[in-house]
Design a protein around this ligand. Sequence first.
Ligand SMILES: Nc1ncnc2c1ncn2[C@@H]1O[C@H](COP(=O)(O)OP(=O)(O)O)[C@@H](O)[C@H]1O
Ligand SMILES: [Mg+2]
Length: 242
Amino acid sequence: MSGQTDDHAALAFRVRGVRHSFGQTEALRGIDLDVGRGEVLAVTGPSGSGKSTLLHVMAGVFPPDEGSIEYEGADITGLDEAERSDLRLRSFGFVFQFGQLLSDLSAIDNVTIPLLLAGWRRKSALVKARDALEELDVADHRDKRPGELSGGQAQRVAVARALVTEPAALFADEPTGSLDTLAAEKTMDSLLDLVRSRGTTMVIVTHDPRIASYADREAIVRDGAVSFGGGVGNAEGVGNVG
Ligand SMILES: Nc1ncnc2c1ncn2[C@@H]1O[C@H](COP(=O)(O)OP(=O)(O)O)[C@@H](O)[C@H]1O
Ligand SMILES: [Mg+2]
């Protein structure tokens, strides 16, 4: 028993008995996982072990076959597609390895989109988007299209887009996987500054130990099940149920 908490108030995510298959492939075979509010959790493990599937079911992209996921004390497993979509838009941000910026739009227009979807007026959305680009140190490139940016700049625009709505939780899947070490570190430094200062809960999937070292704690996924690494920081009180 390592650190199951009774303090549900401090939990952002509570995952219990989650199983999910794609056809004959059992991607998740009974996942139990807690993520504290404001915690940064790294999810590591071999390719094909179920990391992305875990991230998707936690973020309400699709429901698992079995088990439950609570977000902020409410079961999200039974939500229908429209309700999950609404939850994602209202509460979650996403960063992926690449290919998430719209190539025909400028950097600032890309960052403005989530705000417009959330009902912001264009003028205030542009101001907010520009602030977000500044926080990621790419405001100078706001009028460029993704194809005119370096990989690292484009990824920082993508981070600005994910964080511009100030989501309570951020899901990142190999967010620096396409970048060289220096660009990856610069992106992670800006991202973590922002996430820590806002108290954002973050789940970051990575195979890179240097990226995992930014997290408070590490959950290792093998064959669709979670174990815990020698974890850092905040491990007391949030953990697996053994
Ligand atoms: N959409 C899908 N259709 C069929 N199989 C899938 C799908 N997504 C993932 N899988 C399979 O589920 C397993 C876990 O995949 P994934 O969660 O993407 O692993 P990871 O992110 O750790 O590399 C793998 O065997 C993978 O091939
Ligand atoms: Mg993956």
